[in-house]
Design a binder for this molecule. Structure first.
Ligand code: ZN
Length: 372
């Protein structure tokens, strides 16, 4: 992993030889804190970042507990990261040592068929934050180094780390055409849903509703600016239908009896997708944002879909330029993400990360290898 330093690279010797990192040893096994070599500047284009914030969200909980199709243990997990530049190769002209930065972890390659003919959001080229974000230092190589963005003063590392998620939601928001005068229902009350509420309001939506099935999330939903639609979940199937009817009545009562112009499903369950299609107004748009497990299916009333002119948009990732647009939103201070950063996980408590991330009151758990 280590190799000869590039001549002229700024002070690689200032980096320690070893660092602490959280290592995943396979599905269901606890993450362990281990010492690994600090990644070095080995090529002129390399950038090494001292990590201040790394995401530990629902996708990582899934990866740790049930595995990930592209991850082979042992591995350091995590892709969303923010920190300060600790070392730079001589070919990197657009960044400076000590600068606070974050990076688009999945930029489109710009060369493959998908990038050339679209949609570039589905480019399958993989770049890696090495060895993974849950470490004291990470190394970036091209093309990632071209997608590093500066984090301005006033934006926390935790908020900057969420730029990728903001970009995903921004892409969904604009693809769905959310705009002035519209009513929007967000199904779900996790961090993605709360960012969706904020972006819909920023785009001028007249009214934003958000379903809440955890009382602990009501305050956060209100603070984001949405009207709370409480969802009562009945255990048995018969009463679940009644509970759905009550939710539908509440939503219609708040949207002139017609339903929302746009419904964003931000949960990732068949049941809530069915609800989204049932609640949207005629001529409206359903955005499928929540990712379901493979093979998840849903019987759909195609007659209603056709005669009610329902538009369905599957939303995943984002196109070129959207990450920078998201970073600009954060830099302009119009999107305060700090209230979402509810739980901090120092590396020496990484063994508790899954349990912490699953707490009802936890919105965004942030792994913090360094604090400064
Ligand atoms: Zn590509």
């Amino acid at each position: 992993m280590t190799g000869p330093a590039v001549t002229g690279a700024p002070a690689p010797a200032a980096l320690p030889a070893l660092m602490r990192a959280a290592v995943w040893h396979g599905p269901g096994r606890p993450l362990t804190l281990e010492h690994l070599p600090v990644p070095r500047v080995e090529r002129p284009e390399d950038v090494v970042i001292r990590v201040r914030a790394a995401m530990f969200g629902a996708a990582l909980v899934r990866a740790v507990t049930v595995g990930h199709p592209r991850m082979t243990p042992p591995a350091v997990l995590g892709t969303l990261v923010a920190g300060r530049i600790a070392a730079l190769g001589p070919a990197v002209r657009h960044l400076t040592l000590g600068q606070s930065v974050t990076v688009d972890p999945h930029p489109p390659c710009g060369r493959c068929d998908t990038c050339r003919h679209g949609p570039a959001a589905l480019c399958t080229a993989r770049a890696r934050v090495e060895p993974g974000a849950h470490a004291e230092y990470v190394r970036l190589r091209p093309p990632l180094t071209d997608h590093v963005v500066a984090v301005p003063t006033g934006v926390s590392a935790g908020a900057a780390m969420l730029t990728e998620i903001v970009a995903c939601v921004l892409d969904a928001t604009d693809t769905a055409g959310i705009g002035p005068g519209q009513s929007v229902l967000v199904i779900g009350c996790g961090p993605v849903a709360l960012i969706q509420v904020r972006l819909a309001l920023l785009r001028g939506a007249e009214r934003v509703l958000c379903t809440v099935n955890h009382p602990a999330r009501r305050a956060a939903v209100r603070r984001a600016g949405a009207t709370v639609v409480d969802v009562d979940r009945a255990a048995d199937a018969g009463r679940a239908v009644e509970a759905d009817d009550r939710t539908a009545q509440r939503v219609r009562a708040l949207t002139d009896g017609r339903g929302p112009h746009v419904v964003v499903e931000a949960v990732g369950r068949a049941e809530t997708y069915r609800q989204a299609l049932a609640l949207v107004r005629p001529g409206g748009t359903v955005v499928g944002f929540g990712g379901c497990p493979p093979g998840t299916t849903l019987p759909v009333d195609l007659n209603a879909l056709h005669y009610r002119r329902i538009r369905y948009i599957g939303s995943y990732h984002y196109g070129p330029g959207v990450f920078r647009a998201a970073a600009d939103l954060l830099a302009r201070g119009v999107l305060d993400l700090d209230p979402l950063l509810t739980h901090r996980i120092p590396l020496d408590r990484i063994g508790d990360a899954v349990r912490t991330a699953r707490l009802t009151e936890c919105l965004v758990p942030v792994v913090e290898p360094w604090k400064d």
